[in-house]
Design a protein around this ligand. Structure first.
Ligand SMILES: [Zn+2]
Length: 118
């Protein structure tokens, strides 16, 4: 991050604005936003005599972990039929959030130079 800030300081106002425009255009449709982390887990069903009781677990199944920290995380089951779509949304959301952070860093740099548009 410190490197990034130094990079921005070396760019002209025109370059900063052009980079900001590129980042803004790269943003996905906000309606697809989905925050979380996908993970695969195997499960024990609990039925007596099931193969999982002897260690041969069911799955793996896909879950979306949502929540700010591990302690508050909640797991949502993701049906296999939509797992790829969910994965794409989560990845696009990560890219979009990185782009928003980069746009904010550029705007901070422009503000510091008194070049932020009113
Ligand atoms: Zn079982």
């Amino acid at each position: 991050m410190a490197n990034k800030q130094r990079d921005l300081a070396e760019l002209s106002v025109r370059q900063l604005r052009s980079r900001r425009r590129r980042l803004a255009r790269s943003l996905a449709d906000p309606e697809t936003t989905l925050r979380g982390a996908l993970l695969n887990q195997q499960r024990r069903c609990g039925k007596p005599g099931c193969r999982c009781a002897t260690g041969e677990l069911h799955g793996p199944y896909t879950y979306l972990s949502v929540g700010r920290s591990a302690g508050q995380a909640r797991l949502l089951y993701v049906p296999a039929a939509i797992a790829d779509a969910v994965r794409r949304r989560v990845e696009l959301t990560e890219v979009a959030e990185a782009a928003l952070a980069a746009i904010s860093a550029i705007n901070l740099e422009l503000l510091a130079r008194r070049e932020l548009e009113p």
